[in-house]
Design a protein around this ligand. Structure first.
Ligand code: ADE
Ligand code: ZN
Length: 322
């Protein structure tokens, strides 16, 4: 399958952070409008020394988004990006803790994103659902507050509760967030959980058993435990795998060491995604291409993975049930 055929193949992106979609030029212009200095030169803006430094940078960049129009534009630009990679739908993660200028005004932030995604859809671009995310370092009370807001707002753009951040620093926090995730599930929201990236297979088990995860973001380190792989296969849980992100953030040294093919051939519902495409320097077609080249994926395999992404997409599930 060549790149044009890959692009034309209907697929969904189910693991991507809006925070990770700002290109250098956009950040330079947002910083200039906000009267903020860049932390480094534009050429070195995406150079990070640690995962935590990377997460802090996301807060710096999103902190530059201060107006409704800028936030709406960021949402529209993501839909353009998704469509350029041949995604017909996407579930996009937004972690409100990164968007410091909107503290106390989640309603305003979600309205701005809804405006951008709605305009994109009206222009024939990908349909996008929002997954609002808790940060691993937050308290159970903060997660409960977010879920209270989500249940009260019942905003049609919101499809899921998510959790992301650095599990290496937070340690095992499944119990802390269990009741918030349970309430979200009972209210009809989907649940997607970052696990098996900065945590090992234990994090994936906690995601399934304590947080009721309908989908796992990354989940690649499940491969270290045959029992966890078996649990994923049995439950049919979709993994939002992001190969290049895992390499850039140092989880694996090269594609040959990446476990996506091992998981797929064991029967896990893997999908291919970009995570933080601007920083990782990738797009959806390139992620599929890397798997084709490294693992010899046939056209049938590529079609199966694309079909798994459509089946695992909350936004498509939501729009189909309307
Ligand atoms: N937030 C943005 N990208 C992330 C990643 N790869 N893991 C955890 N949290 C994130
Ligand atoms: Zn992620």
């Amino acid at each position: 399958m060549n790149d044009d055929e890959l692009r034309a193949l209907p697929k969904a992106e189910v693991h991507v952070h809006l925070e990770g979609c700002f290109e250098v030029d956009t950040l330079v212009s947002l910083a200039s409008n906000a009267g903020e200095a860049l932390p480094r030169s534009p050429e070195r803006l995406f150079e990070f020394t640690s995962f935590d430094g990377f997460l802090e940078f996301l807060s710096w960049s999103c902190g530059l988004v201060r107006s409704f129009d800028d936030a709406s534009q960021a949402a529209y630009a993501y839909a353009e990006r998704a469509s350029a990679g041949g995604a017909i739908a996407a579930d996009v993660i937004v972690n409100p803790t990164h968007w410091g200028s909107w503290r106390g005004d989640l309603t305003g932030l979600v309205s701005a994103f809804d405006d951008g995604f709605g305009a994109a859809e009206a222009d024939g671009l990908a349909t996008v659902g929002l997954c609002l995310s808790v940060m691993r370092q937050q308290s159970g009370a903060e997660a409960a507050e977010l879920v209270d807001w989500m249940i009260e707002a019942r905003h049609p753009r919101i499809v899921a509760l998510s959790i992301d951040g650095n599990e290496k620093l937070s340690g095992r926090t499944g119990r802390r967030f269990a009741s918030a995730f349970e309430r979200a599930g009972a209210a009809g929201l989907r649940r997607t959980v970052h696990a098996g990236e900065s945590s090992g297979p234990d994090g994936v088990i906690d995601a399934l058993e304590l947080l009721g995860a309908d989908r796992i973001d990354h989940g690649v380190r499940s491969v270290e435990s045959p029992e966890v792989v078996e649990a994923l296969v049995e439950r049919g849980t979709t993994l939002g795998v992001c190969p290049s992100s895992n390499l850039v953030l140092g989880l694996y040294p090269d594609m040959a060491s990446h476990p996506i093919e091992q998981l797929r051939s064991a029967g896990v519902a893997v999908t291919v995604n970009t995570d933080d495409p601007a920083f990782v320097g990738t797009d959806l077609v390139r992620e599929y291409r890397r798997c084709i080249e490294e693992f010899g994926w046939t056209d049938d395999t590529v079609r199966e993975v694309a079909a798994a992404s459509l089946a695992g997409c909350f936004q498509l599930e939501r729009t189909a049930s309307r």
